[in-house]
Design a binder for this molecule. Structure first.
Ligand code: XIL
Length: 352
């Protein structure tokens, strides 16, 4: 379906979504007894999670919804290299532990994010010059210390994040440049040694549709599996934007990875739009959230969905994509948007 056709159809369908929301569901925070997103997802043997971040831990109204509505969480920044190893060999897990403690107190599973990424690295690492042997030792130590600290406490690790370019070539990162493509298999092996029970993922954006980037992942994970490298899943970040169109091949794409014997998950879902938001855009957004949810529900090995925080109050989008936002299922006042109800309806229909 072309984007224009999709938009017309979505706009029509969105009217139905809005009209079908029963007034009784619209409590102040969108919460009805026994009907949270987490509970509805659990009825389909999946989780529904939200990322969170340490500065938000002073906002009790925000935390109330996070702990009640979602049954999985992930730290938006706290487990990144700059935060966990700010000086070489000096580890700091206080921020990550704060998020993990919240998860445990609220019976939420925890997706740990991320061990190896080219962004948000500490200065000591990016400003140094390293031989391959030195960098391999640094990487191994980082992965080992961090995964060991969280051993037995996390559901999964995003071991390597964003390793490929859009055209399916390896991203030219410090790790790739210095160590070659084998750093990915090494990272997975070291993570597995440090925490044999955590599900180990590769995670990336623009992976939703079948195309050169997802083909590259498909080829890589197939060869990793053939070599018995410990890999359990692929994470599809799901940073969607209304102006770029819905990835129509998402379900098919999730299925082909699942057919390799892997779990798949939507790990950082948000659906941004060019501001200002209006009723039509919010209705289209709701349809997209429902369609992503349905795509996951249609694939047995799609284990769950995580939104990249749940409220527009704390979305990363406006700071990074100028003029865009309104990407999440709750608005800036922590009130549920049409997207929230659309997700709920999609989960309910499958859980019956
Ligand atoms: C984002 C965080 O949400 C922001 O707070 C931070 O400033 C930048 O990183 N893909 C990822 C996430 O894998 O780690 C990113 O998180 C969003 C894009």
């Amino acid at each position: 379906m072309s984007y224009r056709h999709a938009l017309a159809a979505l706009t029509a369908a969105a009217g139905l979504v809005l009209a079908s929301v029963p007034a009784s569901a619209a409590t102040a925070d969108g919460h009805g007894p026994g009907r949270t997103l987490g509970e509805l997802a659990a009825a389909t043997h999946r989780y529904f999670g939200s990322a969170t971040d340490n500065p938000e831990f002073t906002d009790q109204a925000y935390l109330d919804i996070l702990g009640r509505e979602f049954d999985s969480t992930t730290a938006g920044n706290a487990l990144k290299w700059y935060a966990t190893e700010p000086q070489q060999g000096v580890f700091d897990f206080t921020q990550g532990d704060q998020v993990l403690d919240f998860a445990r107190r609220h019976n939420m599973s925890f997706r740990a994010h991320t061990l190896v990424w080219h962004n948000q690295l500490p200065d000591w690492l990016t400003s140094g010059t390293w031989t391959a042997d030195q960098l391999r030792a640094i990487l191994k130590n980082h992965i080992t210390q961090e995964a060991r600290h969280y051993r037995g406490k996390v559901y999964s690790w995003d071991v390597v994040n964003e390793a490929f370019n859009e055209d399916g070539t390896y991203r030219d990162t410090l790790f790739y440049r210095t160590l070659g493509p084998g750093y990915i298999a090494d990272a997975l092996r070291w993570a597995h040694q440090a925490d044999p029970h955590a599900k180990l993922y590769l995670n990336d954006y623009n992976l939703e549709a079948v195309g050169p980037k997802s083909d590259a992942y498909y080829a890589l994970v197939k060869s990793l599996k053939a070599q018995h490298v410990p890999i359990d899943g692929v994470g599809f970040q799901g940073h969607l934007a209304l102006q770029y169109g819905y990835p129509d091949t998402l379900r098919q794409n999730l299925q082909r990875f699942a057919d390799l014997g892997l779990d798949v998950a939507i790990t950082e879902l948000d659906v941004r739009m060019i501001l200002p938001a209006d009723a039509e855009k919010l209705a289209t957004q709701a349809k997209w959230y429902a369609d992503v949810t349905k795509a996951c529900l249609a694939v047995r090995r799609c284990v769950g969905i995580t939104v990249w925080d749940y409220t527009d109050k704390y979305s990363w989008i406006p700071a990074v994509f100028t003029g865009e936002g309104a990407a999440l299922p709750y608005d800036e006042n922590l009130a549920p948007k049409p997207a929230y109800y659309a997700i709920r309806d999609a989960l309910k229909a499958a859980g019956r």
